[in-house]
Design a protein around this ligand. Sequence first.
Ligand code: PBG
Length: 324
Amino acid sequence: MIHRPRRLRTSPAMRELVADVTLSPSNLMLPLFVREGIESPREIDGMPGVLQHTEKSFLSVLDEAIEAGIASVMFFAVPEVRDELGSHACTPDGILARVIRLAREHVGDKLVLVADLCLDEFTDHGHCGVLDLRGQVDNDATLIHYVSMACALAEAGADLLGTSGMMDGQVGAIRSGLDSQGYVNTGILAYAAKYASNFYGPFRNAVESQLSGDRKTYQQDFRRTKEGAEEILLDLEEGADMVMVKPALAYMDVLTQAAQLSSKPVAAYVVSGEYSMVEAASAQGVIQREATVFELLFALKRAGANIICTYWALEFALKLKEQS
Ligand code: PBG
């Protein structure tokens, strides 16, 4: 026998020596939910350990994130009032803009602040865009709203805008809208390949989504093989500063394609249902929670993610810090 691969697995030190992939707290992006008009944080159905924060309570989480070595936080806001056009997404004093402003005042430049840029939390029909007369999501009309939302969030102090709505041309429209208003340094984290997934269920509780039906006319069909690459290339051409693949665990093939295609950083979003699935299996004692989460996070790095957006970010950043 010439080759004995087991030689490189003989001891912990040997395995450490030959490990190709590393994981550090700064690779982890923490998603946070802030709910307008609540007095104390609320638990979210289906997402154990994840909270809807008040406009005050999220600030201490930012301190903890900095302490744990996390470099970025992604904000979702849940408004009290919704309407057909999602108007509160675009006003300078809307809940998401307020949260970004408060976060900026609190952390200075110690964290990269990412604001979700989408109308779905703000519309009374729950779609990611505005509707035409037939009730279909109107791509080009939606872009106008995205541009004004982008400017409101840039003005509030966001570093990156997470374009999650899956409208065609959104990155290009937002980039030129931002530039024309002088926000040349506000970046775009493009949810480039985003699939119409069954794994978003718990998130819709988290943001109290009003959606009935589905998003299959704008989010991708998971049966297609090459479309992920096309979406990634389009967003890069339109000026994306980073590209994201979402969901993550069921889409590692797409993630690897993205890593090969993109000269810009690639992010993967472990979505709510993927999180909940692991938590539920752990709670039942069928898998070992901590070891399993680490395995998944390393797998995402191996598949090509530079950044992993995950509800485990804070807890596992702390564990990584303790280990180092
Ligand atoms: C939509 C958006 C969704 C998520 C992030 N942004 C839901 C959707 O597309 O229906 C899901 C995230 C998760 O499930 O954790 N703006």
